[in-house]
Design a protein around this ligand. Sequence first.
Ligand code: PHB
Length: 573
Amino acid sequence: MSQLTEVTTAPEAATAPAVTTAPDELVGPLERGLAVLRAVATGPGTRHRPGDLVRTTGLARSTVDRVATTLVRLGFLRTEDRDLLLAPRSAELGNAYLAVCAFLEALGPRAEALADELDESVSVAVPDGDGVRFIAQAARRRAMAISFRVGDLLPAERCAPGALFAADWDDVQRERWRARRLHDPLDTDFPALPPRPAGAEPASEKVEADFVARVRQAREDGFAVDSRLIEPGLIAVSLPVRDPAGAVVCAVSVVSHTSRHSAESLTARVLPPLRAAVATMEAALRTPSANGTPATATAVRPPHSGSALKEELGAGFLQSLARGLDVLCAFGSLDGPARLADLARLTGLPRATARRSLITLRHLGYVQEDADGFRALPRVLELGYARLSGLTLAGIATPHLAELVDRVHESASLAVLDDDEIRYVARVASTRIMHIDITVGTRLPAYATSMGRVLLAALPDDQREARLARVTPEALTPRTVATPEALAKAVAATARLGYAWVEQELEEGLRSIAAPVTNGGGQVVAAVNVALHAGRATGEESLATLLPHLLETAARISADLAAVGRFSPVPTG
Ligand code: PHB
């Protein structure tokens, strides 16, 4: 029995595969907010003027402005000059789906191992309507012009997994596929594909006949081959992964290039190891944890729907949009299907409010309801996941460093530990003249820098002791902590305080305060600092004015890193 039936008009509407008529209780601001997010995520380029969004969404300018204000305040979008851009928090919407992919845990490492073994790219994709959406990528790109990311969508007829998924289609799905092809013969609704030159669309009948033949072949063979369906050099072989009931849950593909293989030689080479990998994956799906009901909750970022923002922004803040996004994000903290009561509890919302959000999310194809409860669908990945999963640590940190510099008018940087040194990964300089000339890539001795102390303090005891034992601190200035004992004490104090303050130890006149940046697992992966001329204020004054801002920036970078990096590794680069 659906938990939404009380509010749907006809009882069968709750179980129908697609709700085609708009239910009475749709939450308009949520619907419009998701339309804007989708337009920012899938539109050409990364920067969007509100005027462009008016055109692509068909919404009124005033609506776009209110939606954008709300999404920026919640951290799903950010602004740069007058443009709107996706912000890392939007990855949480994709995580709402990825969190229930118990098979990802089993598949991800297997896909990596297979990519290593074959020295070719391996991807995992799931069916999404009549498309194919990537949910894991272990890339070994070489002579390949194009590479897809987690979250990207391909048309079923133009990739190997599509032929496997279409083997299970019913007449309704086939008809939808045909209608989409007729409506969009150039595949413009698939931004991940290289554009087809206008006038180059193949005849519809041929596309259909070829696809039907490939689907039949895939059904007979149990695997599917993509021989240059996307672009001239690209070839792939895919195998379905079935759940214990025999239903296809995803497909694993090995992708190569015609410069290394023909479709035939690739198939011969990769089928045996691919079969072995899929057998391991299917075995993992048979373990009880993979079908994890009841769901257990993992803490993710707390909901933002609090009335504080409403009070602050008044009519400019769309609270029902904030609440609806909280409901969607709450799926990310569950590893199985969600009951209405779970979602209400996790979001702190009344059940009636959570239910209306669910009706809207289901209507838009982001959520489905079955006998076990509600699940987020792969379509949520269209809300920016692909673009965000390509972000590096520097890409995530830089907007936050810029904001910090705006607030404190001093330079801010992010660095990682690299052997006995720190290496600058991102930096935003203030307009003030600094004594030391630091750029991305600069390396400095860890022991004499605030970021180094933070990073050393975060190491496991044995590693920290080993590192401290092997460095010979040099007195770079008269103030440098230059004995091993004093250095060990300074690092211990940093660990205790949660920040480091280094006063003119690297260079005379240079003061620096640093704080740790953590990943979603709570491990310190980088440090962020503010550096300034020591003559501007006393150390205590600098600490009092800068530390709260610095800690807030570190927390924001850490939260973004947790969202983006939860299911896709974030390169340090
Ligand atoms: C990919 O992972 O890039 C891929 C997979 C299957 C295809 C084409 C590309 O058919």
